[in-house]
Design a protein around this ligand. Sequence first.
Ligand code: AMP
Length: 504
Amino acid sequence: MNIAHLLRRSAQLHAHQPAVLQGDRVLFDYQTLGARTAALAASLRTRYGVLPGDRVAIYAANAPEYLEALHAIVWAGAVHVPVNYKLHAKELAYVLADSGARVVLVSEALHPAARDAGADPAATLVLGSADYQHAVQQHGAPMPVHDRAPDDIASLFYTSGTTGRPKGVMQTHRNLLAMTACYFTDVDDVLPGDAMVYAAPMSHGAGLYNYAQVLRGGRHVVPMSGGFDPAELVQLAATVGQLTLFAAPTMVHRLVDHVRATGADVSGFKTIVYGGGPMYADDLRTAMAVMGNDRFVQIYGQGESPMTITALSRAHLADTTHPRWPERMASVGVAQSLVEVRVVDAQGQPMPPGDTGEVLVRGDTVMPGYWNNPDATARTLQAGWLHTGDVGVLDADGFLTLKDRSKDVIISGGSNIYPREVEEVLLLHPQVREVAVVGQRDAEWGEVVVAYLVAGEGGPVEDAVLDALCGEHIARFKRPKVYRWVEGLPKNSYGKVLKTELRG
Ligand code: AMP
């Protein structure tokens, strides 16, 4: 079963439905998208010699061509390697070499960087170029979808790498199909006329959600800016309507600020799926007050189980009168339907509800391993369970609350301190806009708690004020010993805070 069958099927079933939009302009219907994709697949095979199982990298910012590139590669039986377009040429060089990519599909603006990274000019196809136009417009009998087994690799996803070298997660056709099925059972339905807007990079989670839209013949909207611009999104919600987007919590934050400042109409937003990093309770409360209670769904996943570990549904989020709503809205929800989730102790034994340990996942979305990296695979997959490296706690109803990455936990004077808990408290102060809490080595305590803060309107506040705030909410030993005000927090290209840099 090749995931490319989803597009092949929709090209017939939804032939004349609009498929790809740039801004609010329709570029192609499903029939055309299917034909262009089949032609590109044929061209990859005949002109570039791409064989089934070969890797083909996509190094491009969000663009309408991204969608046909993704589907054409698997259509030809090959494996796509979506590379974050913000990567440096050196990092790209590593990914190209590690994956052994045979061909690179690249956007015009990134062509020089691809050259610097050592991409073979004869095996580089520039999206939108004359060569590309030729490739997608080939006439003749369409190439059939190449047969693949469910456990063949469809994608190599390089982890965002907040530490060390990125690892290539092998995502199989089965993994991506199970992820897509879970989208419908646990995240959202896709109804006629719905549209997915790609405000976050298509190389990551936003792109993975294209399959659910393709399956139902939904519209794919690539913003004119190619990325995240709150004013543009509000505009698209008004003109395109029925808009769904996947957004990192920092994007939700910025969108909400914009809507609050402008009083914009948000009725054109159907669903905002957030995830990929912690959403702080205070930020979520504001988001729901500004955008409405029934627009949000949270997902928790990682490349190793793409987009699919838990989900906090629209219904659970909107159930604000539930006695445990405050805890639930601060959780990442319950295990998605096709996976099992447990929390285990250091020996790998399941822990009862209420106890904190490492989060493990098992199911059809879990990767078979890392590309050419048996050691990392053996450390991460044990007895059929994926060890996520995230620390969390389940409640009696199956809601999972994440504490932190295990490596971020601070051990001070022998006590475990979860930075997230301290961050949640500091964010309650209206003059604290962003915060990251880390441990720093200390001769006396082992580690001490240090808070890096970015000021909002009104500027920094006195240490004593923050001490008092912590005193109201958390144990004394969790209180930061040092507060450092900074202009901004170091983040990787997906917007995740690089705590390793803060620890120094
Ligand atoms: P990546 O593989 O780059 O997508 O990173 C996955 C990691 O991001 C997870 O292991 C979590 O640490 C974090 N993450 C993903 N979703 C959430 C979420 N909803 N809340 C908190 N952290 C998250």
